[in-house]
Design a protein around this ligand. Structure first.
Ligand SMILES: C[S@@+](CC[C@H](N)C(=O)[O-])C[C@H]1O[C@@H](n2cnc3c(N)ncnc32)[C@H](O)[C@@H]1O
Length: 367
Protein backbone atom coordinates (compact mmCIF):
# COMPACT_ATOMS: atom_id res chain seq x y z
CA UNK A 1 0.00 0.00 0.00
CA UNK A 2 1.28 3.51 -0.80
CA UNK A 3 0.93 6.47 1.58
CA UNK A 4 -2.28 8.28 0.80
CA UNK A 5 -1.56 12.00 1.07
CA UNK A 6 -4.73 14.01 1.56
CA UNK A 7 -5.57 17.17 -0.36
CA UNK A 8 -2.20 18.58 -1.26
CA UNK A 9 -3.14 20.36 -4.46
CA UNK A 10 -5.46 23.29 -3.59
CA UNK A 11 -2.89 26.05 -2.99
CA UNK A 12 0.67 24.95 -3.81
CA UNK A 13 1.74 24.25 -0.23
CA UNK A 14 4.97 22.78 -1.44
CA UNK A 15 6.12 25.81 -3.47
CA UNK A 16 5.02 29.31 -2.55
CA UNK A 17 5.40 32.45 -4.61
CA UNK A 18 5.04 36.06 -3.44
CA UNK A 19 1.95 37.84 -4.85
CA UNK A 20 3.08 40.04 -7.75
CA UNK A 21 1.21 43.11 -6.37
CA UNK A 22 3.23 42.79 -3.17
CA UNK A 23 6.53 42.32 -5.04
CA UNK A 24 5.76 45.54 -6.97
CA UNK A 25 4.92 47.39 -3.73
CA UNK A 26 8.18 46.18 -2.18
CA UNK A 27 10.23 47.13 -5.22
CA UNK A 28 8.73 50.64 -5.19
CA UNK A 29 9.55 51.02 -1.50
CA UNK A 30 13.07 49.66 -1.95
CA UNK A 31 13.71 52.05 -4.87
CA UNK A 32 13.09 54.93 -2.45
CA UNK A 33 15.73 53.79 0.06
CA UNK A 34 18.58 56.34 -0.08
CA UNK A 35 21.15 53.93 1.46
CA UNK A 36 23.63 51.86 -0.64
CA UNK A 37 23.02 48.10 -0.77
CA UNK A 38 26.22 47.34 1.19
CA UNK A 39 24.89 49.27 4.20
CA UNK A 40 21.52 47.55 3.92
CA UNK A 41 23.29 44.18 3.96
CA UNK A 42 25.21 45.15 7.12
CA UNK A 43 21.93 46.25 8.75
CA UNK A 44 20.37 42.87 7.92
CA UNK A 45 23.35 41.15 9.51
CA UNK A 46 22.80 43.29 12.64
CA UNK A 47 19.10 42.40 12.69
CA UNK A 48 19.99 38.70 12.47
CA UNK A 49 22.28 39.17 15.45
CA UNK A 50 19.34 40.52 17.41
CA UNK A 51 17.02 37.65 16.40
CA UNK A 52 19.44 34.78 16.76
CA UNK A 53 21.94 35.86 19.42
CA UNK A 54 21.21 36.94 22.97
CA UNK A 55 17.43 37.21 22.55
CA UNK A 56 16.97 39.08 25.79
CA UNK A 57 18.21 42.05 23.70
CA UNK A 58 14.75 41.95 22.13
CA UNK A 59 13.07 42.62 25.43
CA UNK A 60 11.75 46.18 25.37
CA UNK A 61 13.49 46.79 22.01
CA UNK A 62 11.80 48.95 19.39
CA UNK A 63 14.12 47.77 16.61
CA UNK A 64 11.55 48.53 13.90
CA UNK A 65 11.75 52.20 14.89
CA UNK A 66 15.39 52.24 13.75
CA UNK A 67 15.31 53.11 10.00
CA UNK A 68 18.20 50.84 8.92
CA UNK A 69 16.78 47.81 10.80
CA UNK A 70 13.27 48.52 9.48
CA UNK A 71 14.66 48.61 5.93
CA UNK A 72 16.45 45.31 6.50
CA UNK A 73 13.22 43.78 7.84
CA UNK A 74 11.31 45.14 4.84
CA UNK A 75 13.70 43.55 2.35
CA UNK A 76 14.09 40.16 4.02
CA UNK A 77 11.89 39.22 6.98
CA UNK A 78 8.70 40.81 5.71
CA UNK A 79 8.45 38.82 2.43
CA UNK A 80 9.72 35.70 4.21
CA UNK A 81 7.07 36.03 6.91
CA UNK A 82 4.38 36.69 4.30
CA UNK A 83 5.38 33.33 2.79
CA UNK A 84 5.22 31.66 6.23
CA UNK A 85 1.80 33.12 7.00
CA UNK A 86 0.54 32.19 3.51
CA UNK A 87 1.61 28.58 4.07
CA UNK A 88 -0.21 28.45 7.41
CA UNK A 89 -3.30 30.09 5.95
CA UNK A 90 -3.43 27.60 3.10
CA UNK A 91 -3.05 24.67 5.49
CA UNK A 92 -5.76 25.91 7.85
CA UNK A 93 -8.15 26.69 4.98
CA UNK A 94 -7.94 23.03 4.06
CA UNK A 95 -9.00 21.77 7.46
CA UNK A 96 -11.32 24.68 8.27
CA UNK A 97 -12.73 26.33 5.11
CA UNK A 98 -15.05 28.54 7.23
CA UNK A 99 -11.99 30.61 8.05
CA UNK A 100 -12.64 32.50 4.81
CA UNK A 101 -16.00 33.76 6.18
CA UNK A 102 -14.35 35.90 8.87
CA UNK A 103 -14.54 39.59 7.95
CA UNK A 104 -12.26 41.02 10.62
CA UNK A 105 -8.53 40.29 10.61
CA UNK A 106 -6.59 41.43 13.70
CA UNK A 107 -2.80 41.31 13.39
CA UNK A 108 -1.24 41.54 16.87
CA UNK A 109 2.45 42.49 16.83
CA UNK A 110 1.87 43.20 13.14
CA UNK A 111 5.29 44.69 12.45
CA UNK A 112 5.33 45.62 8.77
CA UNK A 113 2.09 43.70 8.24
CA UNK A 114 3.25 40.26 7.04
CA UNK A 115 0.26 38.30 8.32
CA UNK A 116 -2.22 40.94 7.13
CA UNK A 117 -0.61 40.90 3.69
CA UNK A 118 -0.80 37.11 3.59
CA UNK A 119 -4.49 37.30 4.55
CA UNK A 120 -5.20 40.00 1.98
CA UNK A 121 -3.70 37.91 -0.81
CA UNK A 122 -4.48 34.40 0.48
CA UNK A 123 -8.14 34.58 1.54
CA UNK A 124 -10.89 34.46 -1.08
CA UNK A 125 -11.49 38.05 -2.31
CA UNK A 126 -15.33 37.83 -2.43
CA UNK A 127 -15.58 38.84 1.24
CA UNK A 128 -14.80 42.49 2.04
CA UNK A 129 -12.50 42.49 5.06
CA UNK A 130 -11.37 44.93 7.70
CA UNK A 131 -7.74 44.69 8.73
CA UNK A 132 -6.78 45.86 12.23
CA UNK A 133 -3.05 46.07 12.79
CA UNK A 134 -1.55 46.54 16.25
CA UNK A 135 2.07 46.91 17.26
CA UNK A 136 4.11 48.78 19.82
CA UNK A 137 6.09 50.37 16.93
CA UNK A 138 4.27 53.25 15.21
CA UNK A 139 6.84 53.45 12.40
CA UNK A 140 6.31 49.77 11.62
CA UNK A 141 2.56 50.31 11.42
CA UNK A 142 3.02 53.27 9.10
CA UNK A 143 4.98 51.15 6.65
CA UNK A 144 2.51 48.26 6.98
CA UNK A 145 -0.29 50.58 5.93
CA UNK A 146 1.63 51.73 2.85
CA UNK A 147 2.29 48.14 1.76
CA UNK A 148 -1.30 47.02 2.32
CA UNK A 149 -2.78 50.02 0.53
CA UNK A 150 -0.38 49.66 -2.39
CA UNK A 151 -0.94 45.96 -2.89
CA UNK A 152 -4.72 45.79 -2.28
CA UNK A 153 -7.23 46.21 -5.08
CA UNK A 154 -8.90 49.64 -4.68
CA UNK A 155 -11.70 49.53 -2.08
CA UNK A 156 -11.12 45.84 -1.26
CA UNK A 157 -9.88 46.30 2.32
CA UNK A 158 -10.49 48.67 5.23
CA UNK A 159 -7.26 49.20 7.13
CA UNK A 160 -6.86 50.49 10.68
CA UNK A 161 -3.52 50.71 12.51
CA UNK A 162 -3.11 51.40 16.19
CA UNK A 163 -0.16 51.46 18.57
CA UNK A 164 -0.76 48.93 21.33
CA UNK A 165 1.46 47.20 23.86
CA UNK A 166 0.67 43.52 24.35
CA UNK A 167 -0.61 41.95 26.58
CA UNK A 168 -3.17 44.78 26.34
CA UNK A 169 -5.74 43.75 23.80
CA UNK A 170 -8.24 45.58 21.61
CA UNK A 171 -11.95 44.76 21.63
CA UNK A 172 -13.12 42.12 19.18
CA UNK A 173 -16.80 42.92 18.55
CA UNK A 174 -17.27 40.11 15.98
CA UNK A 175 -15.71 36.70 15.37
CA UNK A 176 -12.24 37.57 14.15
CA UNK A 177 -9.21 36.00 12.52
CA UNK A 178 -6.39 36.87 14.94
CA UNK A 179 -2.70 36.55 14.10
CA UNK A 180 0.26 36.31 16.45
CA UNK A 181 2.98 35.91 13.82
CA UNK A 182 6.54 35.59 15.18
CA UNK A 183 5.51 37.57 18.26
CA UNK A 184 5.24 35.16 21.22
CA UNK A 185 8.98 34.45 21.30
CA UNK A 186 9.57 38.18 21.45
CA UNK A 187 7.29 38.82 24.38
CA UNK A 188 8.82 35.78 26.10
CA UNK A 189 12.36 37.16 25.63
CA UNK A 190 13.77 38.26 28.96
CA UNK A 191 10.53 37.37 30.82
CA UNK A 192 10.63 35.88 34.33
CA UNK A 193 7.94 34.02 36.23
CA UNK A 194 4.63 33.05 34.61
CA UNK A 195 4.83 32.71 30.83
CA UNK A 196 3.60 35.92 29.13
CA UNK A 197 2.40 33.78 26.20
CA UNK A 198 0.12 31.76 28.45
CA UNK A 199 -1.26 34.94 30.01
CA UNK A 200 -1.84 36.40 26.54
CA UNK A 201 -3.62 33.28 25.26
CA UNK A 202 -5.83 33.23 28.38
CA UNK A 203 -6.74 36.88 27.80
CA UNK A 204 -7.52 36.19 24.15
CA UNK A 205 -9.79 33.32 25.18
CA UNK A 206 -11.70 35.74 27.43
CA UNK A 207 -11.93 38.44 24.77
CA UNK A 208 -12.66 36.53 21.56
CA UNK A 209 -16.14 35.61 20.35
CA UNK A 210 -16.81 31.94 19.60
CA UNK A 211 -16.03 31.21 15.97
CA UNK A 212 -12.89 33.36 16.09
CA UNK A 213 -9.68 31.74 14.89
CA UNK A 214 -6.23 32.38 16.34
CA UNK A 215 -3.19 31.63 14.17
CA UNK A 216 0.16 31.57 15.96
CA UNK A 217 3.44 31.30 14.04
CA UNK A 218 6.81 30.87 15.67
CA UNK A 219 10.35 30.29 14.36
CA UNK A 220 11.22 26.65 13.62
CA UNK A 221 13.79 26.62 16.44
CA UNK A 222 13.79 24.30 19.44
CA UNK A 223 13.29 27.02 22.10
CA UNK A 224 10.23 28.78 20.65
CA UNK A 225 8.99 25.45 19.23
CA UNK A 226 9.01 23.75 22.66
CA UNK A 227 7.39 26.85 24.23
CA UNK A 228 4.61 26.56 21.66
CA UNK A 229 4.07 22.91 22.64
CA UNK A 230 3.73 24.05 26.29
CA UNK A 231 1.27 26.74 25.20
CA UNK A 232 -0.70 24.03 23.38
CA UNK A 233 -1.07 22.11 26.65
CA UNK A 234 -2.45 25.24 28.34
CA UNK A 235 -4.87 25.73 25.47
CA UNK A 236 -6.21 22.17 25.86
CA UNK A 237 -6.54 22.55 29.62
CA UNK A 238 -8.53 25.80 29.26
CA UNK A 239 -11.37 24.09 27.34
CA UNK A 240 -11.78 27.36 25.42
CA UNK A 241 -10.31 26.23 22.11
CA UNK A 242 -10.52 23.57 19.42
CA UNK A 243 -7.13 22.81 17.92
CA UNK A 244 -7.48 23.05 14.14
CA UNK A 245 -3.88 22.41 13.12
CA UNK A 246 -1.23 21.11 12.97
CA UNK A 247 -2.63 18.46 15.35
CA UNK A 248 -5.29 16.17 13.89
CA UNK A 249 -6.56 15.41 17.42
CA UNK A 250 -7.50 17.21 20.64
CA UNK A 251 -5.01 15.38 22.85
CA UNK A 252 -1.87 16.25 24.74
CA UNK A 253 1.28 16.62 22.57
CA UNK A 254 3.36 13.41 22.50
CA UNK A 255 6.57 15.34 21.72
CA UNK A 256 6.64 16.80 25.23
CA UNK A 257 7.07 13.29 26.63
CA UNK A 258 9.95 12.24 24.39
CA UNK A 259 13.56 12.00 25.55
CA UNK A 260 15.10 13.70 22.52
CA UNK A 261 13.05 16.89 23.16
CA UNK A 262 11.79 17.27 19.58
CA UNK A 263 9.49 20.06 18.54
CA UNK A 264 6.80 20.25 15.89
CA UNK A 265 7.94 22.24 12.86
CA UNK A 266 7.44 22.33 9.13
CA UNK A 267 9.09 23.66 6.02
CA UNK A 268 8.15 24.48 2.46
CA UNK A 269 9.72 25.67 -0.79
CA UNK A 270 9.65 29.36 -1.58
CA UNK A 271 10.37 31.07 -4.90
CA UNK A 272 12.53 33.81 -3.41
CA UNK A 273 11.81 37.17 -5.12
CA UNK A 274 14.74 39.14 -6.59
CA UNK A 275 14.29 41.98 -4.09
CA UNK A 276 15.08 39.48 -1.30
CA UNK A 277 17.89 37.69 -3.14
CA UNK A 278 19.72 40.95 -3.67
CA UNK A 279 20.15 41.49 0.07
CA UNK A 280 20.28 37.82 1.14
CA UNK A 281 22.95 36.57 -1.30
CA UNK A 282 25.85 38.71 0.02
CA UNK A 283 25.25 37.19 3.49
CA UNK A 284 25.00 33.65 2.09
CA UNK A 285 21.42 33.37 3.33
CA UNK A 286 19.37 30.72 1.62
CA UNK A 287 15.68 31.20 2.42
CA UNK A 288 14.59 28.67 -0.25
CA UNK A 289 13.16 26.32 2.39
CA UNK A 290 11.72 28.42 5.20
CA UNK A 291 10.69 26.67 8.39
CA UNK A 292 8.06 27.47 10.99
CA UNK A 293 6.17 26.17 13.99
CA UNK A 294 2.49 27.03 14.22
CA UNK A 295 -0.77 26.49 16.04
CA UNK A 296 -4.27 27.16 14.72
CA UNK A 297 -7.09 27.41 17.26
CA UNK A 298 -10.81 28.03 17.05
CA UNK A 299 -12.50 29.75 20.00
CA UNK A 300 -15.42 27.51 20.90
CA UNK A 301 -18.60 28.19 22.86
CA UNK A 302 -18.58 27.28 26.57
CA UNK A 303 -19.41 23.59 26.96
CA UNK A 304 -19.14 22.88 23.22
CA UNK A 305 -18.34 19.22 22.60
CA UNK A 306 -15.12 18.52 20.75
CA UNK A 307 -15.18 15.84 18.11
CA UNK A 308 -12.35 13.31 18.50
CA UNK A 309 -10.75 14.60 15.30
CA UNK A 310 -10.33 13.23 11.84
CA UNK A 311 -8.75 9.82 11.31
CA UNK A 312 -5.64 11.30 9.74
CA UNK A 313 -2.10 11.73 10.95
CA UNK A 314 0.23 14.70 10.45
CA UNK A 315 3.70 14.00 9.10
CA UNK A 316 6.10 15.65 11.56
CA UNK A 317 9.49 14.49 10.28
CA UNK A 318 11.51 14.04 7.13
CA UNK A 319 11.87 10.62 5.51
CA UNK A 320 14.56 8.59 7.37
CA UNK A 321 16.28 5.32 6.56
CA UNK A 322 14.90 2.41 8.58
CA UNK A 323 17.11 -0.28 10.17
CA UNK A 324 15.02 -2.92 8.45
CA UNK A 325 15.53 -1.18 5.08
CA UNK A 326 13.39 1.30 3.19
CA UNK A 327 12.23 4.67 4.49
CA UNK A 328 9.95 5.78 7.27
CA UNK A 329 8.61 9.07 8.67
CA UNK A 330 7.38 10.21 12.04
CA UNK A 331 3.71 11.08 12.18
CA UNK A 332 1.55 12.42 15.00
CA UNK A 333 -1.71 10.52 15.34
CA UNK A 334 -4.19 10.36 18.23
CA UNK A 335 -1.74 11.99 20.62
CA UNK A 336 1.10 9.58 19.81
CA UNK A 337 4.25 9.83 17.72
CA UNK A 338 4.37 6.82 15.43
CA UNK A 339 6.68 5.76 12.64
CA UNK A 340 5.10 4.78 9.37
CA UNK A 341 6.62 3.33 6.27
CA UNK A 342 7.11 5.94 3.57
CA UNK A 343 6.17 4.05 0.46
CA UNK A 344 5.30 7.01 -1.74
CA UNK A 345 6.24 10.69 -1.97
CA UNK A 346 5.62 12.11 1.48
CA UNK A 347 6.59 15.46 2.99
CA UNK A 348 6.73 16.93 6.47
CA UNK A 349 3.38 18.67 6.99
CA UNK A 350 1.28 16.26 4.85
CA UNK A 351 -1.87 14.86 6.41
CA UNK A 352 -2.00 11.16 5.68
CA UNK A 353 -3.95 8.03 6.32
CA UNK A 354 -1.67 5.53 8.07
CA UNK A 355 -3.75 2.41 7.59
CA UNK A 356 -1.46 -0.61 7.30
CA UNK A 357 1.74 1.47 7.44
CA UNK A 358 2.41 1.92 11.18
CA UNK A 359 5.60 0.22 12.41
CA UNK A 360 6.15 -1.25 15.90
CA UNK A 361 7.08 1.37 18.52
CA UNK A 362 10.28 1.72 20.52
CA UNK A 363 10.12 3.15 24.02
CA UNK A 364 11.55 6.64 23.54
CA UNK A 365 9.55 8.32 26.29
CA UNK A 366 11.34 10.27 29.01
CA UNK A 367 12.18 8.30 32.14
C1 LIG B 1 9.48 39.45 14.67
S1 LIG B 1 8.38 40.77 14.54
C2 LIG B 1 7.02 40.01 13.71
C3 LIG B 1 6.25 41.01 12.92
C4 LIG B 1 5.19 40.42 12.00
N1 LIG B 1 4.12 39.84 12.77
C5 LIG B 1 5.80 39.41 11.07
O1 LIG B 1 5.36 38.26 11.07
O2 LIG B 1 6.69 39.78 10.31
C6 LIG B 1 7.72 40.97 16.17
C7 LIG B 1 6.81 42.18 16.27
O3 LIG B 1 6.20 42.17 17.55
C8 LIG B 1 6.19 43.49 18.04
N2 LIG B 1 6.12 43.41 19.51
C9 LIG B 1 6.99 42.81 20.35
N3 LIG B 1 6.57 42.92 21.63
C10 LIG B 1 5.40 43.61 21.59
C11 LIG B 1 4.48 44.03 22.57
N4 LIG B 1 4.67 43.78 23.86
N5 LIG B 1 3.37 44.71 22.16
C12 LIG B 1 3.16 44.97 20.86
N6 LIG B 1 3.99 44.60 19.88
C13 LIG B 1 5.10 43.92 20.23
C14 LIG B 1 7.48 44.10 17.53
O4 LIG B 1 7.43 45.53 17.50
C15 LIG B 1 7.53 43.50 16.13
O5 LIG B 1 6.86 44.28 15.20
Amino acid sequence: MRCRVEETTFIPLTRLTTPSALVRALEEEVARIPVPLGKQVRALSELFGLFTGERSGLHGSFYLDTPKLRTAYLRYHLPLNVARASWVLADVLRVYPRLSELRDVADLGAGLGSASLASLHGLPPEVERSFWLFDKSRSALKMARVLLERSAAPGSARITTKALRLPSLPLFPRPTLVWLAMVLNEIEAGARGESPSKALLDRLAERLKPGSVLLVIEPALRGPGRSLLEAHEGVLASGAWRVLAPCTHQLSCPLLRLRDRPWCHFKFRWDVPGVVREIADPLGLDPLEPGLAYLALERISPGEKLSPGEPLARVIGDPMRLERGGFGVYVCENGRRETIEARGPITRGDRVSTRGLTLPRRDDSRK
